[in-house]
Design a protein around this ligand. Structure first.
Ligand SMILES: Cc1cc2nc3c(=O)[nH]c(=O)nc-3n(C[C@H](O)[C@H](O)[C@H](O)COP(=O)(O)O)c2cc1C
Length: 223
């Protein structure tokens, strides 16, 4: 595959926030995650630790997570950003505004925003959620490895005709995840990943995010 083909795959991938119930066969999920095993990592430590739900477990976990989100206290094991300084703030606002505009949720519609946020904890009705952790003893560099692996997973999913949504939000209630899923003694829980077939008609899935021109992020240095 040349770069144009790879970039086309990257451009095709989008985060989807409404899924159809139809599960993905175990063999396809295995194929997806086996392909992503080729992600590089520092010293090849391969630190991603992944628990993937299949029905009916996904709905059971979603019920427990939604209950926690309604009444519990968020307590992510890796702290969420407390504030987003510019320019990140502007990107964050634009991405939220685009999602809510597509969903028809007005800026001052607090109940609508709350419901949209709660949808994270139903994993947007996806039939599968991968809950991703890594070994805390490796320190923050292992998070880089897991982030890179995530890039491989979401790209491989697109190549297989599947849709995904990474969800840091899911990491906010680790007690539920630890009670419901097998977890290693040293795991730090990082994020969830909804996996399935997107509902093409759902308004949320019309959302399109933009990207900065490359000059905003990349500087060439000659001397
Ligand atoms: C590590 C990570 C965590 C994310 N957490 C959430 C989340 O909790 N809820 C959500 O709706 N989207 C989440 N997203 C999706 C981003 O909002 C999305 O990737 C971004 O807006 C760019 O849009 P795109 O994925 O459609 O290109 C997350 C993405 C990443 C990479």
């Amino acid at each position: 595959m040349n770069l144009a083909g790879l970039e086309a795959l990257w451009r095709e991938r989008r985060s989807m926030r409404a899924f159809r119930a139809e599960p993905v066969p175990r063999a396809t999920l295995t194929e997806l995650f086996a392909a992503a095993q080729h992600a590089p990592s520092w010293c090849n430590v391969q630190p991603w630790r992944v628990a993937i739900t299949e029905p009916p477990k996904t709905a059971q976990l979603a019920a427990a997570m939604q209950a926690a989100a309604r009444s519990g206290f968020p307590r992510a094991e890796v702290p969420f950003p407390l504030e987003y300084p510019d320019p990140y703030k502007q990107h964050r606002i634009a991405c939220g505004a685009e999602l809510y505009r597509n969903m028809g949720v007005a800026r001052d519609d607090k109940a609508g925003r709350y419901d949209a946020w709660l949808r994270n904890y139903a994993f947007f009705d996806a039939p599968h959620v991968a809950v991703v952790a890594c070994d805390r003893r490796l320190g923050p560099y292992a998070y880089i490895d897991v982030g890179l692996w995530l890039g491989f997973v979401v790209t491989a999913a697109t190549a297989l005709g599947l849709e995904t949504c990474p969800m840091a939000s899911v990491a906010a209630y680790p007690d539920v995840l630890r009670a419901e899923l097998p977890r290693g003694e040293h795991d730090v829980i990082l994020f969830g990943l909804a996996i399935g077939h997107a509902d093409a008609e759902a308004p949320a899935n019309r959302t399109r995010t933009t990207r900065q021109p490359v000059e905003a992020n990349v500087t060439f240095v000659v001397s």
